[in-house]
Design a protein around this ligand. Structure first.
Ligand SMILES: NC(=O)c1ccc[n+]([C@@H]2O[C@H](COP(=O)([O-])OP(=O)(O)OC[C@H]3O[C@@H](n4cnc5c(N)ncnc54)[C@H](OP(=O)(O)O)[C@@H]3O)[C@@H](O)[C@H]2O)c1
Length: 290
C-alpha cells in the first residue's frame, strides 16, 4: 500500500511532528516527513524547494488549538487557509498530488445523521471557518487535490482525549464526561493507513470522509477507555455540555459517513471500539512515558 507510493513517486508529509504526521511517517518510513521546523507551509518559496513532480503530498500541518483560535484568528487562518493555498498552488505548478486533511468542524454540528461530503457546511468556530477556507483554496488551486475530512483523532499518547482519560483513571476516583456530543473516535494509525491507501490510488473524488466506523459520545469513549484499561467504567459519570464551558462551541453531532470512502473503492475503516483496544494495547507495550 504505502510502499508503492514511497518507491514510485515520493511521499511527502507536512506537519510530520503532529499526531497524524507521526503516525503516517511511522507507517511509511521512506516518506519525506517535514516538521514545522523543516518546512513552514505558509512559505511559498520553501514549499517550492521541496515539492517534486509526481510527489504525493499529505498535508497534516494545521493550527489545531480550537479554543485558542477564537482569539487568534489571524494565526489560525494563516496555517489553515493560506498554508493549504500555497501547497495547492505549488502542487499544481509541479504536477504533484495534494491530499489535504480537514475536519468535521466545517459542519454546523447540529445534524442527526452522518454527514456526507456534499452536505452544507456552516462552521460554528474560528477553527472550523479557517479549515473551510483552506478546503476552498485547495479546491480552487489544485484540480487533482483530494480533501479528507476526519474527526476525533487520537493516539492515546500526549494530550489527546484518550491520553487524558488514561491519566484521569490513575489520578481520580470518578470523572465526569459529556454525554451529549457525538462523533466517531478515530485512531491516528488507522487514519494514517487509510491515507496511505488513498495516496497509492488516484481518485477523482474531491472531498472524502475518513473516520473509524460507528458513533459514540465522549462519555461512551471514556467508558471504553476505562474498560480497556481494566478499570470500572462506572467511575465515568455522564454530564452535559453546559458543565464544561469552552471558548469555542463544540458540535453536538459530527459523525462523518463512510459512504464516500467506500464509493471511491477504498477499504472501509473498522469500528472505533477494536481500534481503541489496539491503541491501548500499543501503549501498554510502550516502555517510555506517554
Ligand atoms: N486531532 C483531531 O481530533 C482532528 C480532528 C479533525 C481533523 N483533524 C485534522 O487532522 C490534521 C492533523 O491534525 P493533528 O491532530 O495531527 O494535529 P497536531 O498534532 O496539532 O499537528 C499539527 C502539526 O502542524 C504543525 N504546524 C503548525 N503550523 C505549521 C506551519 N505553518 N507549517 C508547518 N507545520 C505547521 C504543528 O507544529 P507545532 O506543534 O510546532 O505548531 C503540528 O506539528 C489537521 O488538518 C487537523 O485539522 C484533527
Amino acid at each position: 500500500m504505502g510502499e508503492d507510493v514511497n518507491a514510485a513517486a515520493g511521499l511527502l508529509v507536512t506537519g510530520a511532528h503532529g499526531q497524524l504526521g507521526r503516525a503516517l511517517t511511522r507507517l511509511a518510513p521512506n516518506a519525506r516527513g517535514l516538521a514545522r521546523t523543516d518546512l513552514d507551509i505558509t512559505d511559498a518559496n520553501a514549499v517550492r524547494a521541496v515539492v517534486r513532480p509526481g510527489d504525493v503530498l499529505v498535508n497534516c500541518a494545521a493550527y489545531t488549538a480550537v479554543d485558542r483560535a477564537e482569539a487568534d484568528r489571524d494565526a489560525a487562518f494563516a496555517v489553515n487557509a493560506a498554508g493549504p493555498r500555497v501547497l495547492a498552488q505549488v502542487c499544481a505548478e509541479r504536477d504533484a498530488r495534494l491530499i489535504h486533511v480537514s475536519t468535521d468542524y466545517v459542519f454546523p454540528g447540529t445534524g442527526s445523521r452522518p454527514y456526507e461530503p456534499d452536505d452544507p457546511t456552516g462552521p460554528a468556530t474560528v477553527y472550523g471557518r479557517s479549515k473551510l477556507a483552506g478546503e476552498q483554496a485547495v479546491l480552487e488551486c489544485s484540480p487533482t487535490a483530494t480533501i479528507v475530512r476526519t474527526a476525533w483523532v487520537y493516539t492515546g499518547r500526549g494530550g489527546d482525549f484518550v491520553a487524558t482519560m488514561r491519566r484521569l483513571e490513575r489520578e481520580r476516583d470518578t470523572v465526569s464526561v459529556v454525554n451529549d456530543q457525538f462523533g466517531s473516535p478515530t485512531y491516528a494509525v488507522d487514519l494514517a493507513a487509510a491515507l496511505l491507501e488513498l495516496a497509492a490510488k488516484p481518485t477523482g473524488a474531491r472531498i472524502l470522509h475518513a473516520t473509524n466506523a460507528g458513533a459514540a459520545s465522549w462519555f461512551d469513549l471514556a467508558q471504553a477507555v476505562f474498560s480497556g484499561l481494566g478499570a470500572d467504567p462506572a467511575r465515568v459519570r455522564p454530564c452535559g455540555t453546559e458543565d464544561f464551558p469552552r471558548s469555542a462551541p463544540r458540535p453536538a453531532y459530527s459523525v462523518l459517513s463512510g459512504n464516500s470512502w467506500a464509493a471511491a473503492g477504498l477499504s472501509p475503516l473498522r469500528h472505533w471500539k477494536p481500534a481503541l483496544n489496539d491503541a491501548l494495547a500499543a501503549i501498554s507495550d510502550y516502555p517510555g512515558p506517554p
